[in-house]
Design a protein around this ligand. Structure first.
Ligand code: STR
Length: 412
């Protein structure tokens, strides 16, 4: 277990352009349980094994507050670092811990439980149908169309904006802003301006909802509870921004990675289409095999943490490499690297995290994917990738596992 502490081992440089994600995941997965990595010049530790991540994710000695980061305290990391927005996006349930975290998170989490979400199902079904029509309309004469921009992207964005009460007319501009936020080709001064603009847009929206509450989650977050300390404007804005940031593109890759898994295994697709394997199994296997989040940034050790003899030093930044964790052979068996919905063992992945910060939107994304996937393959049973699947390119985004485009042929 001394691997990551070995000073002679140079850190693994995580490629911001994501040119060979499989090779990178493989290096992390075989090197674990900890690996030293380099994030655009900034050193960090990453966790690459399921069991270790599981225990650290409930360890109160790891916190989200950037103030606990040694490299931040010393001034070695500044707002010029391209990933700063992933670590310090402003106060929200994403950046605090303990009792404060429960206070910030509880209403959001309660609004999107599996039971409460059933009320959203008809809307998601209807939007899915509409976007399936759109695929046909926007296809060229040969039936070629981009499944990402025409279907997989508008669906989660439409759903999360409706949930939060963000007007649908705002979506095209939002998409552009979030794309420049995440892309590592965006110059840093532009990214900082985008972050400011997002904050301004959401602050304006929260003020408008405060004046004219509507039937949406943003309004619910503004309204005070009897007894409970109400959220501040900054906190409502932070939560709203987190929900849009998390909800709009993680589910895009869940849908696309599921399609990719199925198209690269036609035998498995046939089993699903014959009703022999449920769509939910496809969704869970895609979550494990190719998670929407490759690396989750970051937590900071407030004291030395001993993990089976390996010490995470106080002040260290700790990343969780979910893509490597999904391929952990100790957890998923010797064939962890292959997409296999027929695998004998139950799929017990940790792609939504674990502990207090576990993804509050997990049920929503599962609901969306479990409607979108049968939708696609029922309407277009002969759907094929329009290029060899290994030629699909990733976005230049270090943390998110996003495809650039997903060109398909609708009718085989
Ligand atoms: C993006 C920038 C912002 O304004 C607010 C947030 C907080 C929530 C973050 C989001 C971020 C980036 C994507 C995250 C999301 C929570 C879940 C999502 C990290 C930093 C994942 O990809 C898991």
């Amino acid at each position: 277990m001394s691997h990551a502490q070995d000073v002679a081992t140079p850190p693994l440089v995580i490629d911001p352009l994501v040119r060979d994600l499989d090779a990178e995941t493989e290096q992390l997965r075989t090197g674990g349980p900890f690996a030293r990595i380099d994030l655009l010049g900034v050193p960090a530790l990453t966790v690459t094994r399921h069991a270790v991540a599981r225990s650290l994710l409930t360890d109160p000695r790891l916190v989200k507050d950037i103030g606990a980061w040694g490299l931040w305290q010393s001034g070695a990391v500044t707002r010029q670092w391209p990933l700063i927005g992933m670590v310090d996006p402003g106060r929200s349930m994403f950046t605090v811990d303990g009792a404060e975290h429960r206070r910030l998170r509880v209403k959001t989490a309660q609004a999107i439980t599996p039971r409460r979400l059933e009320a959203q199902r008809p809307y998601i079904v209807q939007l899915t149908e509409q976007l399936l029509d759109e695929l046909e309309k926007q296809a060229d004469p040969e039936g070629h169309v981009d499944l990402k921009t025409v279907f997989a992207q508008p669906l989660p964005m439409g759903v999360v904006c409706t949930l939060m009460g963000v007007p649908l007319s705002a979506i095209p501009h939002q998409m552009r802003l979030w794309k420049s936020f995440f892309s590592l080709l965006t110059p840093q001064d532009e990214r900082l301006a985008v972050m400011e603009e997002l904050n301004q847009i959401f602050t304006d929206l929260v003020r408008e909802k405060a004046a004219h509450p509507a039937d949406d989650l943003t309004s619910a977050l503004i309204l005070a509870d009897e007894g409970g300390e109400p959220l501040t404007e900054e906190e409502v804005v932070g939560n709203l921004q987190s929900m849009i940031g998390a909800g709009h593109e993680t589910t895009v890759s869940l849908i696309l990675n599921s399609v990719r898994g199925l198209l690269s295994h036609p035998d498995q697709l046939a089993l699903v289409l014959d009703g022999k394997i449920p769509w939910d199994t496809v969704v869970e296997e895609a979550l494990r095999w190719d998670p929407p989040v490759s690396h989750l940034l970051m937590r900071f050790a407030v004291e030395d943490i001993d993990v089976d003899g390996f010490v995470v030093p106080k002040g260290e930044g700790v990343v969780i490499s979910y893509r490597a964790i999904g391929r952990d052979t100790d957890q998923h068996g010797p064939h962890a690297n292959s997409f296999d919905i027929t695998r004998a063992t139950p799929i017990r992945h940790m792609t939504f995290g674990h502990g207090p910060h576990i993804c509050p939107g997990a049920a929503l994304s599962r609901l969306e994917a479990s409607i979108a996937l049968p939708g696609i393959f029922t309407r277009y049973p002969d759907l094929r990738a329009a290029l060899p699947l290994h030629e699909l390119r990733k976005m230049p985004v270090l943390t998110q596992n996003d495809l650039e485009t997903f060109p398909v042929r609708l009718h085989g």
